[in-house]
Design a protein around this ligand. Structure first.
Ligand SMILES: CC(C)(COP(=O)(O)OP(=O)(O)OC[C@H]1O[C@@H](n2cnc3c(N)ncnc32)[C@H](O)[C@@H]1OP(=O)(O)O)[C@@H](O)C(=O)NCCC(=O)NCCS
Length: 251
């Protein structure tokens, strides 16, 4: 199982269910992959993609014009219009902030480009699990039996998505997050470093779970919780929560 890519398009839920997604088979690993986003999170993703040797014609781009012409791991950073000059380019969006990652993936996908899922060679996906287009698994991330990961998620280093979890689109799990079996995480939620969610609980859409939290009750949509046991810090509704905007704190 180790290191074996098993990308599936579920066609059942989340963006796939809205008919906005192509359902295209994204298991191929195109040599000419484009990485959108060369910030701190992006560099961690670019390094493993470049090291893997699977993408000999890796191209990099970023909205920040100050990066254009610079190199990242010896690969030049191009303006987006140059990187995406051709039609139907496969890409991965390496932006940590959920909202910016969501906006970029949907915009590029609507322009006919192809979000693909990528994984660090040490990440593990159970054969029965599903990871959808545009999601990224960092080193030692685990997605266990019959778990489902939506479109455009970022599963950071060492996070554990246990069996039968259901992770919505554009979720970010920071390094070391542990989700017990059957946990549901709503679209655009952000879970901070080392957060633990007990089995069977729900973290609502655009909710934020603080670093080191132990979540013992469901988290309502848009709420921010922190501590052990986790208590409510903020009770903003979705749309006003920092979850989708992407936590400014180090992501
Ligand atoms: C929970 C979190 C989102 C709150 O951020 P915030 O809204 O800016 O909150 P503040 O920093 O204003 O803190 C508010 C209170 O909550 C406490 N608090 C903040 N984060 C906490 C945490 N993770 N656990 C326990 N208490 C926390 C603060 O000490 C403060 O308490 P006080 O009022 O008694 O002084 C943030 O602290 C956090 O944990 N972010 C995750 C960072 C992370 O993991 N990034 C990933 C990097 S890869």
């Amino acid at each position: 199982m180790r290191g074996t890519p098993r990308w599936r398009n579920s066609g059942e839920r989340h963006l796939m269910a809205e008919g906005r997604w192509s359902g295209r088979d994204d298991r191929a690993e195109p040599a000419n992959l484009i990485v959108y986003g060369c910030g701190t999170q992006g560099r961690a993703i670019i390094e493993f993609l470049a090291e893997s040797g699977r993408y000999p014609r890796l191209r990099l781009t970023d909205d920040n014009r100050r990066l254009w012409g610079n190199s990242c791991f010896s690969i030049p950073v191009l303006p987006p219009l140059d990187a995406f000059a051709d039609a139907a380019q496969p890409f991965v969006c390496a932006i940590g902030a959920n909202g910016a990652r969501r906006e970029t993936i949907i915009r590029l996908r609507d322009a006919g480009h192809l979000p693909i899922a990528v994984q660090h060679p040490s990440a593990i996906i159970a054969a029965s699990a599903r990871v959808n287009a545009g999601s990224i698994l960092m080193a030692r991330a685990l997605v266990n039996t019959e778990a489902h990961v939506g479109v455009g998620c970022l599963l950071n280093s060492g996070c554990v998505v246990e069996h039968h979890c259901d992770i919505g689109d554009f979720v970010h799990l920071a390094p070391g997050v542990l989700l017990g079996g059957g946990v549901r995480v709503g679209e655009g939620a952000f879970l901070g470093l080392g957060a633990i969610v007990l089995p069977g609980l729900s973290v609502g859409r655009e909710a934020v779970v603080g670093a080191g939290a132990v979540v013992t009750h469901d988290v309502p949509p848009g709420f921010t919780v922190a501590g052990n046991p986790a208590r409510i810090l903020r009770d903003r509704p979705p749309g006003e929560s920092p979850g989708f905007a992407g936590m400014a704190a180090g992501v």
